[in-house]
Design a protein around this ligand. Structure first.
Ligand SMILES: CC(C)[C@H](C(=O)O)[C@@H](O)C(=O)O
Ligand code: SF4
Length: 473
């Protein structure tokens, strides 16, 4: 038998039609739906008199437009309409919706894995680019456009050309204070925002095997910021332990049978990837972005770069423009940049472990008076769990606001926005101009680095943090 990568295995398991010279038709095992990219898709079904073919494989929640304070009182008319439309569509088409009053309402990519909807070997789509998050379980998961959302709703299939395979091999291990977020920011800072265009990445190496599921999700989440179609991590004991007992996961003997099958979803020894890249985890230092693309990042111990130091004219121009927007002077130590706002949350870093990591740094400290800092759990379930552990008390005690679940300040589609000129340390994944509000300036960091910035009022190397006693309330 020929040797296969895990991507090839999942792909081959799902191709249901292949004509010479045409994209494949693949079966989709799970579609996740949110309010922003689904209204026209459902409308299309209505107009053509179609049903949702597999409502049992389709799950919806609302996240982008949900206010994280007083969420039943949506004052923005467009947001209100999108939320109401999703509720109506789910009722009309028989789709399960985790509504505003549900414990499972939250960012779609936090909710799916938490409920156990995400399994190794599944094909998963959503009208959202960060669907790549689910690849952490060894699922082939990627974002699709609204017309494709409609196609999948109607047929449970999708036309796709097979991407190429790229192994991103992480050598060495992350040092204390250096997180999964720093790892993916470091990879993108090194290789750029389009290195993986046309590829599905498989992350391998000892450092990856050592990551928890939450950390693996952070890595796979930002595959898209490197241009990839999807990111994958082979399932292992960590994956199975995370999944065991979750609501939508097979139980008992069925679970053991599923694990036996999932265990085969690894790249065969001797299989070849189309391309292989290496990244050294040993020498990685906590990362901060300085520019207006996720690739414009550097170590906390570095200086704001001089545009002249870049190799090509294009890079020099892009850096100049970014520094102007970000109002930064080349040569300034990253640790001297003052922040006005700190946002902890999103599908990159809004899971329970992220909040634990953040609370560990916040415990016993106080947010600098010049900073507004908010903590936004990724889902209702994350929120309840955090409260059980007393994390909300740690955050509120330190001067952070404790909010309800949603995309929040990750993007300016709800009341949580930066004012023009405000500088934000953000645990999200995108930092282009205006992403968090018109004129807002975003620096991407890990949750621990975000908390340190909130407390100091400027960026700070969290490796030097003195951790005070971390007590569970
Ligand atoms: C609104 C949605 C289509 C978008 C995406 O696809 O990623 C959003 O989630 C984002 O992060 O920019
Ligand atoms: S949290 Fe941010 S990146 Fe994730 S789905 Fe919401 S807007 Fe997109």
């Amino acid at each position: 038998m020929s040797k296969k990568t895990m991507f090839q295995k999942i792909w081959d398991n799902h191709v249901i039609n292949q004509e010479e010279g045409k994209p494949s038709v693949i079966y989709i095992d799970l579609q996740l739906v949110h309010e922003v990219t689904s209204p026209q898709a459902f409308e299309g079904l209505r107009l053509s008199g179609r049903k949702v073919r597999r409502p049992d494989l389709t799950f919806a929640t609302m996240d982008h437009n949900v206010p994280t304070k007083d969420r039943f009182n949506i004052t923005d008319p467009i947001s209100k309409q999108q939320i109401d439309t999703l509720s109506q569509n789910c009722r009309d088409f028989g789709v399960t919706l985790f509504d505003l009053d549900s414990l499972d309402q939250g960012v779609v990519h936090v909710m799916g894995p938490e409920l156990g909807l995400t399994h190794p070997g599944k094909t998963i789509v959503c009208g959202d680019s960060h669907t790549s998050t689910h690849g952490a379980f060894g699922a082939l998961a990627f974002g699709i456009g609204t017309s494709e959302v409609e196609h999948v709703l109607a047929t449970q299939t999708l036309q796709q050309s097979r991407a190429k395979s790229l192994e991103v091999r992480i050598t060495g291990n992350l040092k204390p204070g250096v997180t999964a977020k720093d790892l993916i920011l470091g990879v993108i800072a090194k290789y750029g925002t389009d290195f993986a265009t046309g590829y599905v990445i498989e992350y391998t190496g000892e450092a990856i095997r050592g990551l928890s599921m939450e950390e693996r999700m952070t890595v796979c989440n930002m595959s898209i910021e490197g241009g990839a179609r999807a990111g994958l991590i082979a399932p292992d004991e960590t994956t199975f332990n995370y999944l065991r007992g979750r609501e939508y996961v097979p139980q008992g003997a069925d679970f053991d049978a599923a694990v036996a099958e999932w265990s085969n979803l690894v790249t065969d020894e001797g299989a070849t990837y189309d391309w292989v890249l290496e990244f050294d985890a040993d020498s990685l230092i906590p990362q901060v972005t300085w520019g207006t693309s996720p690739g414009m990042g550097t170590s906390i111990t570095s200086l704001v770069p001089d545009p002249q130091s870049f190799e090509t004219e294009n890079e020099r121009k892009a850096a100049e423009k970014a520094l102007e927007y970000m109002d930064l002077t080349p040569g300034t130590p990253m640790t001297e940049l003052k922040v006005d706002y700190v946002f902890i949350g999103s599908c990159t870093n809004g899971r329970i472990e992220d909040l634990r990591a953040a609370a560990k740094i916040a415990q016993g400290y106080t947010v600098d008076p010049s900073v507004t800092a908010i903590v936004v759990p990724g889902s209702g379930r994350v929120k309840i769990q955090a409260e059980k552990e007393g994390l909300d008390k740690i955050f509120e005690g330190a001067g952070f606001e404790w909010r309800d679940a949603g995309c929040s300040m990750c993007l300016a589609m709800n009341p949580d926005v930066l004012q023009p000129g405000q500088r934000c340390a953000s645990t999200s994944n995108r930092n282009f101009e205006g992403r968090q509000g018109r004129g807002g300036r975003t620096h991407l960091v890990s949750p621990a680095m975000a908390v340190a910035a909130a407390i100091k009022g400027h960026f700070y190397d969290v490796r030097d943090w003195e951790i005070k006693e971390y007590q569970q309330a």
